[in-house]
Design a protein around this ligand. Structure first.
Ligand code: S3P
Length: 179
């Protein structure tokens, strides 16, 4: 990585249900940036849902689609990137994002995450007998990666608008401090 960080973009990482897509759209609107969601891009390119990729090709194939996409993201400018929950839990993906983006991790407790996602059915990793236990286990494994984000924001006690305002503040700060 070069010594001068480029901050063309904002990349939101973090667990499912932490509000990455909703906050990402608010940020893009406010900053007049483009918005992209890595799950949506993978779905439109493969013409398959994330669930179908997991079921038909396996999780490893999905992770490869993610890694390939992350490499391509390095050419983007003025873009807010909302990433799938597993994408930021990978060393290579993280360091690639840090080449061009402020990396912001949205955080919440396992209980809060479960409360937010329990009525949704599109997440293959949570199709488990005990989804809360699975969330706890995945969060524990991913925490060391998520904590490498430039900014870590707890979303539990903040509205989406407040989270977005914090991210914008940190983005302006990071850009003004670049040397
Ligand atoms: C995943 C999170 C999902 C999606 C896939 C795997 C994960 O994205 O990429 O189901 O490994 O945590 P969201 O975080 O947008 O739900």
């Amino acid at each position: 990585m070069s010594s001068v960080r480029q901050m063309h973009n904002i990349a939101l990482i973090g667990f499912m249900g932490t509000g990455k897509s909703s906050v990402g759209r608010l940020l893009a609107d406010h900053l007049h940036f483009n918005f992209l969601d890595t799950d949506e891009l993978i779905e439109s390119r493969t013409k398959k849902s994330v669930s179908d990729i997991f079921a038909g090709e396996g999780e490893a194939a999905f992770r490869q689609y993610e890694q390939q996409l992350v490499i391509e993201l390095a050419t983007r400018k003025r873009t807010v990137m909302s990433t799938g929950g597993g994408l930021g839990a990978n060393e290579a993906n993280l360091s690639s994002l840090k080449e061009h983006a402020l990396v912001v991790c949205l955080w919440a407790s396992p209980e809060k995450i479960w409360e937010r996602v329990r009525s949704q059915t599109h997440r293959p990793l949570l199709k488990e007998a005990d989804p809360l236990a699975k969330i706890r286990q995945l969060l524990t494994t991913r925490e060391p990666y998520y904590k490498q984000a430039d900014v870590l924001l707890n979303t539990e006690l903040r509205s989406l608008k407040e989270v977005a305002a914090q991210v914008i503040h940190q983005f302006h700060l990071a850009r003004s401090q670049r040397r």
